[in-house]
Design a protein around this ligand. Structure first.
Ligand code: NAI
Ligand code: MG
Length: 360
């Protein structure tokens, strides 16, 4: 039987637990497709890129890798980075290369609190907490502008410059994206995060654009908060958050804090979106390759499976996305949890339980 719609997905498990969690997410999506009575199917192609590939070929991906990926409907990514390759080489050679070349300028990172999982925040027990970090994903502090020089000065004489790039177009599109997302949420509010007291050019431009765009969304509440104060707010007043929009570096840090507050880095999902759909978008857990627990079958697959749910949203399979999110909640609520969140279940057991709770 051929499916009515087949989504072509490029899987890049890459390194460490990335391999385990991508396998878990694929199993969940394939179970959904099997149960769809031919409404949809997923055609997977797996790419062997990552740190092992680097050891053999001296590069993180094929030379024409981007061309190979271009025509897929989406990319499902694990994690990249291994002690054998310098982190800036592995990250720039694969993940950042894909994000930047495919103009995946919006990185969406929901912070969800699951039943049965203890948060280090005491108020999470009796307060409904849910917010989304929207990260500018194409410029800012990760634009890759700068250099190292003056090697001729000899030992200890080197100089490095790392610049951040803020463009009005870049600020405006991510801020608009945040406002549009806020309109779809129960609490219509956008918190903008900068450090414009200390970084007086790029971040003040961001603040100016934020004020200008906000005026077009009178139905959405706003606030502007400095990044250090926002770090404190994540801990002290998270119930006041709905959509948090920030630059590349600031949102990277804040979203890890968010997932730690939700209970584990292993829970956090993310989408790297090219909203114009000129290129495939990429869906991946927030966490890295976790060399400390890789290969043991104990890593948490929830972040990767939640990312698969974001991919389903992107495909327009809204009911299916909700079903996956619901199955994740039922599973954690029933106590089927990996060790990082206080359980003893394996990656496979959690994945099987999510599938079971999906299909009932
Ligand atoms: P990490 O996210 O790999 O690990 C941090 C801590 O969280 C570790 O204790 C780890 O065991 C735990 N953890 C992570 N994922 C988990 C999961 N699914 N289940 C249970 N526990 C989990 O970050 P770290 O250690 O800073 O980086 C390791 C490597 O990953 C480095 O090479 C780094 O560059 C790379 N990295 C890659 C990312 C990506 O591909 N998007 C993101 C972050 C780091
Ligand atoms: Mg990070």
């Amino acid at each position: 039987m051929t499916a009515q719609r087949t989504f072509r997905i490029a899987a890049i498990p890459a390194d460490g637990v990335g391999v385990e969690v991508v396998a878990a997410g694929r199993t969940v999506l394939d179970a959904l497709a099997d149960a769809s009575n031919g409404r949809f199917a997923f055609a997977w192609q797996e790419f062997p890129w990552g740190s092992d590939y680097y050891a053999q070929h001296g590069r993180m991906m094929d030379e024409d890798g981007l061309a190979q990926l271009e025509d897929f409907d989406a990319i499902y990514f694990g994690a990249v980075g291994w002690p054998t390759v310098p982190d800036h080489v592995s990250l720039w050679g694969l993940r950042l290369k894909i994000c930047q070349s495919f103009d995946q300028w919006a990185n969406v990172r929901p912070v969800e609190f699951l039943p049965g999982i203890q948060s280090p925040l005491r108020k999470a027990d009796d307060t409904d907490l849910s917010w989304v970090v929207v990260r500018e994903n194409s410029e800012g502090e990760y634009a890759g502008f700068g250099g190292r020089n003056f090697a001729g000065r000899g030992d200890r004489g080197e100089v490095a410059v790392q610049s951040a790039v803020f463009t009005e177009v870049g600020c405006e599109r991510i801020i608009r994206f945040a406002f549009d997302l806020a309109r779809t949420r129960p609490r219509k509010k956008v918190s903008s995060v900068t450090k414009s007291n200390a970084q007086q050019y790029g971040m003040v431009l961001w603040d100016d654009v934020f004020r200008r765009v906000a005026a077009e969304y009178p139905d959405v509440e706003t606030e502007s908060v400095l990044v250090d104060a926002m770090a404190a707010k994540f801990v002290l007043r998270p119930e006041d958050l709905s959509v948090v929009v920030a630059s590349n570096l600031n949102a990277d840090i804040l979203s890890d804090l968010g997932s730690a507050l939700a209970g584990s880095l292993g829970l956090a999902a993310s989408a790297n979106v090219n909203p114009e759909r000129r290129f495939p978008s990429m869906f991946e857990p927030v966490h890295g390759s976790a060399p400390d627990i890789a290969g043991q079958g104990i890593c948490n697959p929830v972040g990767a499976i939640g990312s698969a749910a974001l991919m389903l949203e992107h495909f327009g399979l809204h009911d299916e996305a909700k079903a996956v999110q619901h199955a994740i909640e039922v599973t954690s609520g029933k106590g089927v949890r990996t060790r990082d969140v206080g359980g003893s279940a394996s990656t496979e057991e959690v994945t099987a339980a999510i599938i079971e709770n999906l299909l009932v």
